[in-house]
Design a protein around this ligand. Structure first.
Ligand SMILES: C[S@@+](CC[C@H](N)C(=O)[O-])C[C@H]1O[C@@H](n2cnc3c(N)ncnc32)[C@H](O)[C@@H]1O
Length: 280
């Protein structure tokens, strides 16, 4: 598999263009059910050990219980519900209706409160935009959605209470922009420096909605749409965060955390931790 196409989930409905929103919503819900089980099944698994689902990002959060947390582009709510199980007051903002439906069913099966706003994170309803959060976080497939990072970083800054913490964890640009890899075992895996790290172009992506769909839910390739992605360098990401007024406290570059041998030596993800100045 070529690793330049990392995305951990079906794509978002708002960008679906000609795709029927209704059928897309049903398919996305089915896709999550196929991947994680019904919300009841997923909730039972989460409840056994919520921290497992939060590895490694929760290590950057500090105390979780009692904290007011917003997960930007929080998708199916898995992380949010895990945090709620640990005693946080959690909000998700994501523009996918289908993700919201799965997340709400998951929260209710887990018997926790979850506030989910179906909204563009750059255009949040006043009730969210005017609240302030101890922790704002977003992870795993985030920055490439924005053709300008300033509005996203400004949003994170605005949502934080003074002394609050922003945690952004995403795919490392060395992996997404520079290196392409193939071979499915560590032994045969080969890497090539085939990309241009400094490329500022927009990528047109054909997004398939059927990645996690069971065969019964429709043929492969039936539901596709075009979206535009911008691949940012690490320098651009950090600079955009600093320019919004965030005080960067940590930039951690992470290897493949799920294997000691597969893609060893290549940075796979990064975590940026930043704070809004002021007294918590
Ligand atoms: C790849 S996912 C992020 C992964 C997710 N954090 C998780 O842990 O599963 C990207 C999410 O961003 C949402 N999204 C993309 N652009 C958005 C925007 N401008 N406003 C709100 N949600 C957005 C999509 O609906 C999708 O759920």
């Amino acid at each position: 598999m070529n690793n330049q196409h990392q995305e951990s989930e079906p794509a978002a409905g708002v960008q679906a263009g000609s795709v029927s929103e209704e059928s897309w919503n049903e398919d996305t819900y089915a896709a999550w059910t196929s991947r994680f089980g019904t919300p009841a099944e997923a909730a039972a698994k989460l409840a056994k050990d919520p921290l497992v689902k939060l590895f490694p990002i929760s290590s950057y959060f500090g105390e979780i219980s009692g904290k007011k947390i917003i997960n930007l582009m929080g998708s199916n709510g898995m992380k949010a519900v895990a945090l709620a199980l640990l005693g946080a007051e959690v909000t998700v903002a994501d523009f996918s209706e289908a993700n919201a439906r799965y997340a709400k069913d998951l929260a209710s099966a887990a018997e926790v409160q979850l506030t989910y706003h179906v909204s563009d994170v750059l255009n949040l309803p006043a009730e969210v935009a005017e609240s302030s959060y101890d922790i704002v976080f977003a992870e795993q497939g985030i920055v490439h959605y924005f053709t300008d990072l300033a509005p996203f970083m400004d949003t994170a800054y605005r949502l934080l209470s003074p002394g609050g913490r922003f945690v952004l964890r995403d795919f490392h640009p060395i992996t997404t922009k520079l290196i392409s890899s193939k071979g499915s075992t560590a032994k045969v895996r080969k890497h090539k420096v085939s990309g241009d790290y400094f490329d500022t172009g927009l990528e047109e992506k054909i997004v398939s909605y059927s990645k996690y769909l069971p065969a019964s839910a429709g043929g492969m390739g039936e539901k596709k749409s075009v979206v535009h992605w911008r691949r940012w360098t690490l320098g651009e990401i950090v600079t955009a965060a600093a320019a919004s007024g965030l005080v960067i406290t940590m930039l951690v570059e992470e290897p493949n955390l799920s294997s000691d041998v597969y893609d060893k030596g290549i940075p796979k993800t990064f975590t940026l931790v930043a704070e809004k100045a002021g007294q918590a």
